[in-house]
Design a protein around this ligand. Structure first.
Ligand code: NAD
Length: 334
């Protein structure tokens, strides 16, 4: 028996989660919601996905365009075991009462506050804490990236200081900027440090800047060490950490542009890079301080976490099995 999954909000994250669900042998994608019959709605139909109106109020838009929907969100909720809410930040919290009323488990995304769910989730760090839960939040792209590498180094960490250089917008986004400025988040810490602490207990302070790029985020990370570690140890640890890959400047990975080109060369759908990219040469130990630089593909690193969260919440597999299945189905390199 496959578990029945619905997606509410078929945008950047929602369509990638839908694709990933369709790749699983223990899940069935029942349908997705749209607020309007735009090109993404037509493409979903072409792919054989049932499209539902996100609420009754949106039905006239579909009727006017002659776009036949399979029902509304309430109809979708009647048919699913779990709903992945991938609506814009803040909308998920408002939707929660609909999910509670329908008695359907729900996964929220990182644009929601932590208190929307019982657990904030990154599979390799705290899969077990989501087992059997009704409401789980997959943390943001930046937090997922920080947690993946910091969790691997946890026993060595005394204090983390990290600077996030954030992409201003996703490639399909024409509403956000800046297009010619560097915009600091003047609040210190930025929200990323406290968000990491919703998943793993580490001492961390973060600062953030938004820059005019759409490809990836970059993190500059400095760790004060609790016990000694060598650069070789860190390389070994990252080589043995799932969903983390080492990239060498020596081999032409000079910037986020070549890392995304690598994902294109893999013929990954939407040039997704589910893995966190750490520049190997940046791994440096100076006394009791460790430094490294990593890049995060904001549109896709959280997709495997959504799939693992479904398995944990519906108790379909243990951590190792779920991560293995998700990695294999999405072609994640390790
Ligand atoms: P998006 O704007 O690309 O997609 C959101 C979709 O939801 C759109 O298709 C929109 O039309 C639809 N929508 C709007 N209101 C709705 C409603 N009331 N009901 C149903 N659908 C509605 O947004 P996104 O980038 O996919 O972000 C979704 C969530 O994922 C947010 O919480 C965001 O913070 C988080 N997230 C985004 C990224 C990223 O880089 N894009 C990365 C990680 C996490």
């Amino acid at each position: 028996m496959k578990v029945k999954v619905g997606i509410n909000g078929y945008g950047t994250i929602g369509k990638r989660v839908a694709y990933a669900v369709m790749k699983q042998d223990d899940m069935e994608l029942v349908g997705v919601t749209k607020t309007k019959p735009d090109f993404e709605a037509y493409r979903a139909k072409e792919l054989g996905i049932d499209v539902y109106a996100a609420s009754e109020e949106f039905l006239p838009r579909f009727e006017k365009a002659g776009f036949e929907v399979a029902g509304t969100l309430n109809d979708l909720l009647e048919k699913v075991d779990i709903i992945v809410d991938a609506t814009p930040g803040g909308v998920g919290a408002k939707n929660k009462q609909l999910y509670e009323k329908a008695g359907v488990k729900a996964i929220f995304q990182g644009g929601e506050k932590a208190d929307v769910a019982e657990v904030s989730f990154v599979a390799q760090a705290n899969y077990e804490s989501a087992i059997g839960k009704n409401y789980v939040r997959v943390v943001s792209c930046n937090t997922t990236g920080l947690v993946r590498t910091l969790n691997a180094l946890r026993e060595y960490i005394d204090y983390v200081y990290a600077v996030m250089i954030r992409r201003a917008a996703d490639p399909n986004d024409t509403k956000r900027g800046p297009i010619n400025a560097i915009k600091p988040t003047v609040e210190v810490p930025s929200h990323h440090g406290p968000d990491v602490q919703t998943v793993i207990p580490v001492n961390i302070e973060t600062m953030a800047f938004v820059v005019p790029t759409t490809l990836m985020h970059v993190h500059s990370i400095m760790i004060e060490l609790k016990k000694p570690i060598t650069e070789k140890d860190v390389i070994d640890i990252f080589e043995n950490t799932t969903r983390v890959l080492l990239f060498e400047k020596e081999k032409g990975f000079e910037s986020t542009a070549q890392i995304i080109e690598f994902a294109r060369d893999l013929h990954r759908e939407w040039n997704n890079l589910y893995e966190i990219a750490v520049w190997k040469e940046s791994i440096s130990v100076k006394g009791n301080r460790l430094f490294y630089i990593q890049a995060v593909h904001q549109e896709s690193d959280v997709i495997p976490e959504n799939i693992d969260a479904i398995r944990a919440m519906l108790e379909l597999a243990d951590k190792e099995e779920s991560i293995r299945k998700t990695n294999k189905s999405l072609g994640i390199l390790k």
